[in-house]
Design a protein around this ligand. Structure first.
Ligand code: HEM
Length: 402
């Protein structure tokens, strides 16, 4: 039976070949793009239809279903889900804008006072709580008065979302009781179950990004003139004031926030599953249930010295002062293309307002922000705290010298 030997031999060889190729395919490091033009091609390819665009985004985000049971457009490839979620979010943003930035500022001020109950608090927890209360009363549930929102509920929800997000990255199993408890507490903040059947669908994209921008603004603006520019906006919270470049220093509150979004983008990486190009890779990938993922490294891209100069890693709002700068168009913190963030023009004012309210009101109430060693993101705020002091310097607007 010489044929049998040949058949066995070729079957073994073929199996070995397929296993080797699939191993190579699946162990291939994820493609990572840093150059803004490559990122543009990845995120805003004109040839991709809406359905495959949504699929490319939803596939790497499936971990958010496992952990948070999200049902929104970030985890779904359904065009109807996309259309209705985006329409609903746009309507919330336009209602908030319609109430005016003065109103937003009042909410942020009340939220700051509301969450200042202790002599000392971890800085990140405090910022998370104030941002949560402001987002609830100023955006998601405008019927809620800040005074009626429990700061304890806000802190619990904020910490639990952060902790679950961390878990989502590890692939570890999540105790379903945790999500249930989180949803129960969130329901106290957002009681309208008809408008918000799953509150996390809105809280995650809105709050989870905003609080980190607020924290980074406060942590980066403890010196003059940044402090006084934020204070000017706090005292006159209008779009004109936000964009007004200080005559002496030449930059605005908007420039400060843009610089923070450049250096500390909350969405550091945007991933897309790649649609398999050949039938073979389609077979291999679907057989193993895995997809190749390409990642736009927004954070690295926005710190390229070739675009932003040798001081690309330094906080310098002045760099945006001539906003016709080509480099400004290379900011990717809100993504790009058809799925770009719909809050891109709303969120900078919202975050700038909360940061200004916290900085000014802490100072007025006799509190300091004690800095840690580095500016964090979702984590990394060790050493940072908000603490009550007897004497407060008039020049540091609430941030202690060390
Ligand atoms: C500073 C704050 C924010 C940042 C940095 C941010 C960032 C982003 C990014 C990078 C994307 C694109 C994701 C992708 O391409 O996969 C996105 C999409 C989106 N964001 Fe934001 N976001 C912020 C605040 C908000 C807020 C407050 C809302 C309000 C509800 C919001 C609603 C959305 C929605 C609905 C989309 C999806 C748009 C679409 O699929 O057409 N974002 N955001």
């Amino acid at each position: 039976m010489p044929y049998l030997g040949a058949i066995v031999c070729s079957t073994v060889l073929l199996t070995f070949f397929i296993a080797h190729l699939s191993r190579k395919l699946l162990s291939k490091p994820q493609a990572r793009y840093v150059n803004p033009f490559d990122i543009l091609l990845l995120l805003a390819s004109p040839s991709q239809d809406s359905r495959s665009l949504l699929w490319s985004r939803a596939t790497p985000n499936q971990r958010l279903i496992r952990v948070f049971q999200l049902t929104n457009t970030f985890v779904s490839d359904d065009s109807d889900v996309h259309a209705s979620f985006v329409a609903r979010a746009r309507s919330l943003l336009s209602t908030s804008t319609g109430r005016g930035w003065r109103h937003w500022q009042k909410v942020a001020i009340s939220a700051t006072h509301h969450c200042l109950s202790q002599q000392e608090m971890p800085f990140d927890v405090f910022v998370q709580a104030v941002t949560m209360v402001t987002v609830v009363s100023g955006l998601l549930n405008p019927n809620a008065d800040v005074a009626d929102i429990s700061a304890d509920d806000a802190i619990f929800c904020a910490q639990e979302i952060t902790s679950l997000w961390r878990l989502s990255k590890t692939g570890a199993e999540v105790d379903s009781n945790r999500l249930q408890k989180l949803n129960q507490r969130l329901r106290l903040l957002i009681p309208d179950a008809e408008k918000f059947p799953n509150p996390l669908d809105f809280v995650v994209p809105a709050w989870e990004t905003l609080w980190r921008v607020v924290a980074a603004i406060i942590a980066s603006t403890h010196t003059f003139p940044e402090t006084s520019i934020l204070e000017d906006y706090h005292n006159n919270p209008t779009l004109e004031q936000f964009r007004r470049r200080d005559a002496t220093h030449g930059f605005s509150a908007a420039d400060i926030v843009t610089e923070i979004l450049r250096l500390h983008p909350p969405t550091k990486r945007i991933s897309r599953a790649l649609i398999p190009s050949s039938i073979f890779s389609k077979f291999i990938l679907s057989f193993f249930g895995k997809y190749l993922v390409a990642t736009a490294d927004v954070e690295q891209s926005q710190r390229l010295p070739g675009i932003w100069g040798p001081n690309a890693d330094l906080f310098d709002p002045r760099r945006h002062a001539g906003s016709s700068l080509d480099s400004d168009s290379q900011l990717l913190a809100f993504g790009c293309g058809k799925l770009r963030c719909i809050a891109a023009s709303w969120a900078p004012l919202a975050a700038g307002g909360i940061a200004a309210a916290i900085s000014v009101e802490l100072h007025r109430e006799g509190y300091h922000v004690v800095p840690g060693n580095t500016i964090g993101g979702r984590d990394g705020w060790a050493g940072w705290k908000v603490t009550r002091v007897e004497a407060v310097s008039t020049h540091t607007m609430g941030l202690s010298p060390n």
